[in-house]
Design a protein around this ligand. Structure first.
Ligand SMILES: C[S@@+](CC[C@H](N)C(=O)[O-])C[C@H]1O[C@@H](n2cnc3c(N)ncnc32)[C@H](O)[C@@H]1O
Length: 350
């Protein structure tokens, strides 16, 4: 045994465990309103912050102590003040920021609640169905994707597709968001392009109900709880989008084939998927560790629960390109200008 390796791994393990407990503290700060209050006032003593947010002082003090030790807030021993730097507030207190990470405060507790069931599936096969993760997972997915979609979808992502925006602005055409979840992307497109007909499809009835409840007043938007294999092919769509959906499908290749069939002859398909390589050796970093974790505990297991392939969230660009070819798409182009740390964007033509 190498003593230095034991000590080194001990430090590493403490980092891993404190990451998990810090997300727990942030989830409580998020739900209780402490993060929002900190974002508004910037900082204060535990007493001030508890009073201002209408919370119990002892909880506030302990939570902020943990967040100070974790480097989320700053602590000044002289004044006993806890301060949230403006740059950190973007991640935990400002839901309109594209950096907002509030999705993790719902998604991670939701997926950790199912570890017993995932362990059973690991022993016996099968998976844990999407519905088992409950409302908290739906909210987590929504809060993970809504901030960036709200800031970037209309102004940056769609304009990266050559010639698309003028067509959608002119109208008389149809757009579909497949695996629409709580509906943010479809709603944003329906609002931005009032003369274009927008449809959101998702197999999750609960998600579609949330999407419908948010979409009132938009006459060019409809939602339907349909499996990807049931999406209508007549009339066809000028644009189909999927945001973090293909790797969740029970049969991703069949899903991509179906999407191709729904496209008009001049139609394009914009696919957003996690930004990884297809080989484990290209993904050995903290970001991918998180992605494989979310995949095993949620994306992959819910696909296997549908009797599916369990592709996994880290299927990566090379496999996406190969499957686009197998599904019959005429071209596959990564849109490097809009890809980011978490997500890759691929443009596929019929
Ligand atoms: C990670 S979520 C992404 C949701 C949404 N696109 C967003 O950006 O927030 C994946 C979605 O795919 C949906 N989905 C999974 N399997 C499906 C299937 N067979 N047909 C249609 N939708 C499916 C899930 O219900 C879920 O809402």
């Amino acid at each position: 045994m190498d003593r230095a390796r034991i000590d080194g791994f001990l430090d590493h393990f403490v980092d891993l465990a404190s990451g998990a407990t810090t997300i727990g503290l942030l989830a409580v700060a998020d739900r209780s309103g402490l993060s929002r209050h900190l974002g508004e006032v910037g900082g204060g003593t535990a007493e001030d912050l508890a009073r201002g947010a209408g919370l119990e002082r002892r909880y506030v003090e302990e939570i902020l102590s943990g967040l100070a030790a974790a480097g989320v807030v700053e602590y000044d021993a002289g004044s006993r003040r806890f301060d949230l730097p403006a740059e950190h507030a973007l991640f935990i207190a400002d839901e309109s920021s594209p950096y907002f990470m509030g999705g993790f405060f719902d998604l991670l507790p939701a997926i950790l609640s199912q570890v017993d069931q995932v362990a059973t599936a690991t022993r016996q096969g099968g998976g844990v169905p999407f519905e088992a993760f409950g409302e908290m997972a739906i909210r987590g997915i929504d809060r993970s994707n809504t901030p960036s979609q709200t800031v970037f979808l209309i102004n940056r992502w769609l304009p990266a597709v050559p010639g698309l925006v003028p067509v959608l602005e002119a109208g008389g055409t149809r757009v579909a968001d497949v695996g629409c979840g709580s509906g943010t992307a479809a709603i944003l497109m329906a609002r931005a392009f009032p003369n274009t007909q927008v449809a959101g499809f998702d197999v999750s009835t609960d998600s579609v109900e949330i999407a419908r409840s948010r979409a009132s007043g938009l006459s060019n938007l409809e939602f339907a709880d349909l499996d990807v294999s049931e999406i209508p092919t007549d009339p066809r769509f000028r644009l189909v989008t999927t945001f973090d959906v293909i790797h969740d499908l029970p049969d991703p290749l069949a899903g991509m084939r179906r999407i191709r069939e729904t496209l008009a002859d001049d139609g394009v398909y914009l696919m957003m998927e996690p930004n990884t390589g297809s080989k484990l050796e290209d993904n050995l970093d903290a970001r991918s560790a998180m992605l494989y974790g979310v995949s095993a505990l949620h994306c992959m297991t819910q696909s296997l629960a549908q009797g599916g392939a369990g592709l996994g969230a880290a299927w990566g660009r090379e496999r996406a390109e190969a499957m686009a070819g197998e599904a019959g798409f005429g071209s596959f182009q990564p849109l490097e200008s809009i890809s980011n740390k978490f997500s890759a964007f691929y443009l596929l033509t019929r």
